[in-house]
Design a protein around this ligand. Sequence first.
Ligand code: GLU
Length: 443
Amino acid sequence: MTAKFRFAPSPTGYLHVGNARLALINWLYARKMGGQFVLRLDDTDAERSTEEYANAIQEDLSWLGLVWDELKKQSDRSEQYNAAFDKLKAEGKLYACYETGEELEYKRKRQLARKLPPVYDRSALKLTDEQKAAYEAEGRKPHWRFLLDQEVVSWDDHVRGKVEVDCASMSDPVLIRSDGRPLYHLPSVVDDIDFAITHVIRGEDHVSNTALHIQLFKALGAEVPAFAHIPLLMGPDGGPLSKREGSQSLREMREGGIDPMSINSLLARLGTSDNVTVMSRLDAVLDSFDITHFSRAAAKFDPAELRNLNAKLLHEMPWEEAQGKIDLPDGSEDFWTAIRGNLSVITDARLWHQVVYGSIEPVVEDQEFLNAASELLPEGHLDTESWKIWTTEIKDRLGVKGKALFMPLRLALTGQSHGPEMAKILPLIGREKALKRLSGQAA
Ligand code: GLU
């Protein structure tokens, strides 16, 4: 049997780092087992799901390199959900309920006031046919609850080990709303059955859903897949991830110049016993991936760590790879090798492109010194030796050294106080532009 995994986002927003982590783990595990990876769009909520988000999810996953073998949409599958609904009803596993939201809320409050767990009391189960007919005559439409077996459900979780959930402490879940729309549980399980999903890997916020889903798989006469629940991502201070920590949507990260492989490298290792190292290819991430290395403790996502990894990735990135990533028309290998050590994000390259190929305003503090230095610029074509020859000459002839020598030249030639090695960048700037900048003119 082929191992089959799925990532099931709802297209109600852009993918964020937490989603990306689950997508990546599913993808890696699927590849590791020589299995398949299904992208399932949970778009049954017609009001909140949009085509734009559905497309964005596909774009973002492709950007990460997480290619899917099948794409499925829940909005295409209402027939299958209706069939499952009929089957469960026929087997007495669903019952019609007529309480309004306010009535349920009132019950809940009373239970809490009496210090009782706010579990649905199954009163709808006792309704007679006459009572039901009376509700319907009033214009009430039923919602449908799944009759849970009040037993302990257990499974061998690939991350959490043996998990036991006592369903006696759970409310019978509503599977179908009064407008006929199925809520998350039924479509999810029906899809997992129909698409022959063998492994369900999702966030640990789904642990109690899994107990219910296991009962649903069985009620629908299907094999129960394997489960793994990954602890959620926290912010760097251990609190919930929030916007305060910076942008966490993949879109924003991409626009901010973060490389997808920095994200993959970090997310594959966060919360595991393995050290985080930056890897430039998914194959390498795959080689070292092992689901059992994930710990049960929450993992911390720190955007600063991501940025550091990204800088490391760029510092070693060969030109062949960089070429496709920067939207810089005149890029050359020498240019890339000169600047990569100064980049944290790929978009930082724009500044150096401007310095080398575009025009900048030189920063001049002492024009006289620059004029004198200009006179000493080696004749002819500038190469990587020229800087050394030039500054030695300045030191010998003008008696200036150290920072007092290098900083004014850097400021005039690049407009910046920090940057790539001048020996490498001077030949790229070229003689003509260098002389203009030294004379204080924009060039
Ligand atoms: N759409 C659900 C979610 O994003 C899917 C959960 C699951 O993997 O079953 O939480």
